[in-house]
Every structure is written in structure tokens, then in C-alpha cells.
Write a protein that binds this ligand. Structure first.
Ligand SMILES: NC(=O)c1ccc[n+]([C@@H]2O[C@H](COP(=O)([O-])OP(=O)(O)OC[C@H]3O[C@@H](n4cnc5c(N)ncnc54)[C@H](OP(=O)(O)O)[C@@H]3O)[C@@H](O)[C@H]2O)c1
Length: 303
């Protein structure tokens, strides 16, 4: 399917990363059922083709793009394919995330949880900015309530602290929120909205791979209860708020945070958060996005 040839301006064109499984698939189901023209991504081709076939039965044909967002190269390759095949993009849903219970480093030399949950979604949004801009588009980042349980200190800015996978994950999502909110007013002036959706708890490939060792020692006793709740909540529930934000053309409040129950919180703007946001924005743009990726980003922006 070539979006450039097959366009219906009434139907929003939406890209959901990791739309072939877990919460992303649920978001994709709702979007395509509501008439969106959809592209979904995932690493596994067989799973991706099966998911896009299933989704296509609900509405417009759904395109699958195989992409590994574990490093900056894979993320920019996805951006390049999207720029070549799409003439508009109304919404980018940055759904792919991840948590591991030991420290790993990406091909770009970054701590992997920070990279996958913050740097790569940020890089994809930057690479697709012109396309989003020409469509007056939105970026929706999947967040987590766990960000409320952690703090980010100087050791985290330097990526030196490993206390548990979940705490590092919570801080990566908090950094995404702070940097995103630092950027969102500027992007909003240029016509692109950045918003956040918290899916709550859900039984997905990500959470099924987890055990108590992912949590800090003082929180491990909570794991069985969290797992119990996670396994009982309907997966469709977890995808609802991100899908609702994606389809909502009227709610363009920059920095908005949608809670799992539907409440939408406007961006907070305390001085501390604003200055930390600027710091994380600078670190992301100048240090965490590699010089090679900066070069590719500049080339993609000139297309
Ligand atoms: N599940 C929860 O309880 C929960 C709670 C709060 C927030 N969240 C957030 O919600 C989002 C989705 O969570 P989830 O639990 O649905 O995750 P998930 O189970 O890992 O999502 C699976 C989907 O993501 C793709 N995927 C996973 N890693 C990828 C990678 N490195 N590159 C490209 N695609 C990848 C999978 O396809 P392939 O395997 O084929 O690549 C599949 O399409 C994440 O941002 C997560 O942090 C989840």
C-alpha cells in the first residue's frame, strides 16, 4: 500500500510503533475500527504480517513495517521508510518501551532502558517532525504511573545509577515526560502537539517476561499483587486512552497527560520541572543522540 497514492483526507493517518502486539495492538485495533489509515511496526515479520492481516479485517488495509527500535540506526531506518511512503502523518504513537532486570548497553553506548523508552521515541519524533508539521500532527508517548514513584538525580543524568530495572524504567519515562514537556510549547507553536498516555497495568509480552527481580528489594513483596491485577485487567482497557487521544482532533493541549481512567491532566509547569526538562532536552539532543544519528537526522530533515 502506498499512502501517497491511496489517500483519504478525512481518515487520519497514524503510525503505531509496536502495534503488532501487547498494548500497541489494542491501540491499533481501536484506531483502525474508527476508520484510521494505519501503519504498525514490530521486529518480528511473521507476527507483524499476522497482526496487520487481522487489523485489516476491521477497516482500511493496515501496513506493517519491520523495524527494530532497540538502537538509533533501526529507529532512523523506520523514519526513512515512513518519509518515503507517507505524504501525511496525523499521529505518531510512540508505544514501544521496555524494561530489563540487568544493565544492558545499546549499540550506541547508551543504557538500554533510557534508550528504548526515551531516546529512540524522541529520535523518531524528531525525524518525522516535518511530516507531522505538514499534517498539523500529534505525537503521543506511552508513559507509566511508575514515574511517580522515582526521582531523577545527577547520577541519573549521567546514567550511572542501577538500583532496579523498574526504577530505571520509571526514571526513563519521567525523563521522557520532562524533556517532552520542555519541547512541547515550541512544537505547539509550529503546529505539532506532544501528549502522553498512561495505559495503567496490562498483561503483555513485556509484563509476562517480568518477575520480582525487576523491582527494587523493598518493593518485591508487591510483585504478586501487581501481577495478579495485571493478569485480570482487559488488555483493551490499556489501549483506550492513547487511542482516544490519537483520534481526538480537538484536544491539542501540549504536554497533556491522559490517565488510564480517562482523566486528562494539563502540563505542570513548576520552575524545577521546567529547568530539569531543559537539561534533559539538551542531554537528549546533544549527548544521547549520537553524532552519526544527528547527521542522518539533518539529511532526513532536508528531504
Ligand atoms: N504493560 C503494562 O502493564 C504497561 C504499563 C505502563 C506502561 N506501559 C507502556 O506501554 C507501552 C507498551 O507496553 P507493552 O507492555 O504492550 O509492551 P510489549 O509487550 O513489549 O509490546 C509488544 C509490541 O512491541 C513490539 N516491540 C517490543 N520491543 C520492540 C523493539 N525493541 N523494537 C520494535 N518493536 C518492539 C513487539 O513486536 P516484536 O516483538 O515483533 O518486536 C509488539 O508489537 C510501553 O511503552 C510500556 O512502557 C505498559
Amino acid at each position: 500500500m502506498d499512502e501517497k497514492k491511496d489517500q483519504n483526507l478525512e481518515a487520519p493517518t497514524i503510525l503505531v510503533t509496536g502495534g503488532t502486539g501487547g498494548i500497541g495492538f489494542q491501540i491499533a485495533r481501536t484506531l483502525v475500527s474508527c476508520g484510521a489509515r494505519l501503519t504498525v511496526t514490530g521486529r518480528d515479520a511473521a507476527r507483524g504480517i499476522a497482526a496487520s492481516r487481522e487489523l485489516s479485517c476491521l477497516g482500511h488495509p493496515v501496513r506493517f513495517v519491520q523495524a527494530d527500535l532497540s538502537d538509533q540506526k533501526g529507529t532512523l531506518e523506520l523514519a526513512k521508510i515512513v518519509l518515503e511512503t507517507h505524504s501525511r502523518l496525523d499521529v505518531l504513537v510512540n508505544n514501544v518501551g521496555g524494561v530489563w532486570n540487568r544493565r544492558e548497553t545499546t549499540a550506541d553506548g547508551l543504557e538500554k532502558i533510557l534508550a528504548v523508552n526515551h531516546v529512540h521515541p524522541f529520535l523518531l519524533s524528531e525525524a518525522l517532525f516535518q511530516l507531522l508539521h505538514s499534517s498539523s500532527g500529534k505525537v503521543i508517548h506511552l508513559s507509566t504511573g511508575y514515574h511517580l514513584l522515582v526521582r531523577v538525580g545527577p547520577k541519573d543524568w549521567l546514567q550511572q545509577r542501577w538500583d532496579s530495572g523498574m526504577n530505571v524504567y520509571g526514571r526513563a519515562k519521567l525523563i521522557s515526560l520532562l524533556a517532552g514537556r520542555a519541547l512541547c510549547q515550541r512544537w505547539a507553536r509550529e503546529g505539532v502537539v506532544i501528549q502522553f498516555a498512561d495505559p495503567g497495568l496490562a498483561k503483555t509480552p513485556l509484563t509476562q517476561a517480568m518477575d520480582a527481580t525487576y523491582f527494587p528489594w523493598y518493593g518485591r513483596w508487591l510483585f504478586p499483587a501487581v501481577h495478579w491485577v495485571q493478569n485480570r485487567l482487559p488488555l483493551s482497557w490499556a489501549g483506550r486512552q492513547a487511542a482516544a487521544l490519537a483520534l481526538d482532533r480537538n484536544d491539542r493541549r501540549p504536554g497533556l497527560y491522559a490517565l488510564p481512567g480517562g482523566l486528562r491532566l494539563p502540563a505542570f509547569s513548576s520552575v524545577g520541572d521546567r529547568s530539569r526538562g531543559q537539561l534533559f532536552l539538551r542531554l537528549t539532543l546533544e549527548e544521547w543522540i549520537t553524532p552519526e544519528s544527528q547527521r542522518i537526522l539533518a539529511a532526513l530533515s532536508q528531504r
